[in-house]
Design a protein. Structure first.
Length: 177
């Protein structure tokens, strides 16, 4: 059948009519058609040779499918159960293993860091508690509040680098307006 189709490939060509206006155009059209026919003949020969090779091969053995019962299938394919089961369990446990690897890696990264300062590790709740405590302290001492400028003046007086009047004792807390 393939051999006959290969022969028909080269022989069943419908040739177009040459419709060029001059002899040079018709010659070019004829050359194109001849080239195409030559290529089709080569393809047909190639297909015939391939078909002959396939037909020369020994036919494949016929396979007959015979259904078996479920019990027989379990006994026959029992050896395939353990590897399949192990593969399924491994796939199910893969996300847990990946999370464990990431947790260990993150722990190692955190352990390698320098110790954090307390102000760098404060949570929002701790910050709120500190602000509330500060407000309570300020409310307990009315009219008195801490002024950072007083601290700077005192440190300059102790260093001797302050102004001439800076050596005088520091006044108490000032009221903040």
């Amino acid at each position: 059948m393939v051999d006959r189709a290969a022969r028909d490939l080269a022989e069943s060509v419908v040739l177009p009519r040459l419709d060029a206006g001059d002899a040079g155009g018709q010659a070019a059209q004829q050359a194109a058609i001849t080239s195409l026919l030559h290529l089709l003949a080569q393809r047909a020969e190639t297909l015939q040779a391939a078909a002959a090779e396939v037909l020369a091969l020994e036919p494949a053995a016929e396979v007959v499918y015979t259904p078996i019962s479920k019990a027989d299938a379990v006994i026959r394919y029992a050896g395939n159960f353990a590897p399949s089961w192990a593969g399924a369990i491994a796939i199910d446990l893969l996300p847990a293993v990946l999370v464990l690897i990431v947790a260990v890696a993150q722990g190692a990264v955190r352990a390698g860091r320098d110790p954090a300062e307390p102000e760098d590790s404060m949570t929002v709740a701790e910050l709120r508690a500190a602000v509330l405590a500060l407000r309570e302290v300020e409310a307990a001492a009315p009219g008195a509040a801490w002024d950072p400028e007083d601290e700077e003046t005192a440190s300059e007086a102790e260093d001797g680098s302050g102004s001439p009047g800076a050596a005088e004792p520091r006044p108490g807390p000032r009221a903040v307006e």
